[in-house]
Each structure stands twice: as structure tokens, then as C-alpha cells.
Design a protein around this ligand. Structure first.
Ligand SMILES: [Zn+2]
Ligand SMILES: [Zn+2]
Length: 239
């Protein structure tokens, strides 16, 4: 640690990003809060990352829809934690209440959850873009912050401008199921196809609920010539 970092840690010691307890090391969460988080661990579907309650009988380790080859724009999809009462406060404060300091810890989780994706090979990290009016209001894109931290950890380039969200939509939480697909239909456009053409892209977001937003963005990039798209999110609503 540099002298400057030593000085900062004396006056601003690292705190648990959930409960605020002072930590001896900058681990993000205190042991109690860490133990409450439900990390997604094996066994899970090797393609879509959906966790299994018990290991499947098939040695392929695929869920029913992946075995049936249900169409998906993602090569692989992974998430670090279950979206539940223990992870929700962390993600909501990160998204809406300026807790941008959470980005580093959450990106560490993304990096770990992305192991299979890194093994397959990735050329570019792309965060899900916000519509500019929402960006002005919130002042930061939570997915962009995660992508920036992940870029530093993996050494992979991050692109913030190739894809844009050109239509303002109602928040997805107001809809369910099929309405969510309709709500985000055609909202993304690729502004700079030359930046993604032939590239293996990993798309970053904070939470995957039904996956409609991520899928729509992936489809836009695939039609613009991306070689493959993976989805990597901090949390996921698991069935
Ligand atoms: Zn804590
Ligand atoms: Zn699957």
C-alpha cells in the first residue's frame, strides 16, 4: 500500500458497504453481511447460469430450456448472487442512492462469476446504456461503473458509446412477463458498428430479472455484427 493509501485508511477506514461497520481490510462486506449474501454456486446450467436445486441427471449440466435449445442471444450468461432480501438493499442503494463506492466490491463479484466467460474469450466489455434523460437525472450509469471497475480488474477494454438507448421507456419494474419484452423492443441502437463488429462481447448489468433488457441489447449488437454476446450481472432473479 502506498503512503497516501495508508494516510487515507487512518482517516477514512474501509466500512462494510451494507451495514457500515468499520473493517480491518477493504473486503467490501463485514463477515455477518457477507454470510447473508446468497452467492450463486455450482451446480448451475453451464449455458444460462440458472442454478439447479440438485445436480441434473444429465452429465451435460444444462437446464431444460438449454437442453431443448430454446433460442437465446447469449453465448453464456452468469450472475454472482441471488436477487433477494439480502442483496436487494445493496443493489438499490448502488443504483438510486449514490452509493457508487459499492462498484468495486460488486465488480469483484462480477469478475469471479465471469470465470467461464473469461475462459471462452472476450474482446470487449459493454455496459447496458441508460437513456440520456435518465442519465442526467441519476448522474451516473450503475452498469457503466461496474464495467469500468471490471475493465480495470480484467485488463479488457470497455466501450460506452457503441450502443445507445435511443427510446425512453417506463421502468421495467412496472411490467411483468411479456409486457417487459414489449417495453424494451427496439430501444437500443448501435451507433458505432465498427467498434463491435467481429468482437466477443460481455454485456454488463446490475440485475437480471427476466433478461428482456439484456436480450434486446444483445440482439441489437448481434445484428450489427458482434461475434458473440455473453450476459454478466451482479444479481439474478432465480426461478
Ligand atoms: Zn456489514
Ligand atoms: Zn440453461
Amino acid at each position: 500500500m502506498s503512503l497516501w493509501a495508508d494516510i487515507i485508511s487512518v482517516f477514512l477506514p474501509p466500512r462494510c458497504i451494507k451495514c457500515g461497520t468499520i473493517l480491518s481490510q477493504d473486503d467490501g462486506l463485514c463477515p455477518d453481511c457477507f454470510n447473508e449474501i446468497n452467492f450463486i454456486s455450482a451446480p448451475y446450467c453451464q449455458k444460462c447460469g440458472q442454478p439447479f436445486e440438485a445436480a441434473p441427471s444429465s452429465s451435460k449440466m444444462l437446464c431444460v430450456s438449454c437442453l431443448q435449445k430454446v433460442k437465446t442471444p447469449f453465448r453464456l450468461s452468469r450472475s454472482a448472487v441471488h436477487y433477494d432480501d439480502s442483496s436487494k438493499p445493496l443493489l438499490l442503494s448502488f443504483k438510486f442512492h449514490d452509493r457508487t463506492d459499492n462498484a468495486k466490491t460488486l465488480a469483484k463479484w462480477l469478475n469471479l462469476a465471469g470465470q467461464d466467460i473469461w475462459k471462452e474469450g472476450v474482446d470487449l466489455i459493454v455496459p447496458i446504456p441508460l437513456h440520456y434523460t435518465r442519465l442526467m437525472k441519476r448522474r451516473y450509469n450503475q452498469s457503466g461503473l461496474l464495467a469500468a471497475e471490471l475493465g480495470k480488474m480484467t485488463g479488457l477494454p470497455v466501450d460506452y458509446t457503441a450502443v445507445a438507448r435511443h427510446k425512453k421507456t417506463r421502468p421495467q419494474v412496472e411490467f411483468s412477463g411479456h409486457e417487459r419484452i414489449k417495453n424494451v423492443k427496439g430501444v437500443f441502437s448501435v451507433k458505432h458498428p465498427e467498434k463491435i463488429k467481429g468482437k466477443r462481447i460481455v454485456l454488463i448489468d446490475d440485475v437480471m430479472t427476466t433478461g428482456s433488457t439484456l436480450k434486446e441489447c444483445a440482439l441489437a449488437m448481434l445484428s450489427a455484427g458482434a461475434k458473440s454476446v455473453d450476459a454478466l450481472t451482479v444479481a439474478r432473479v432465480c426461478k
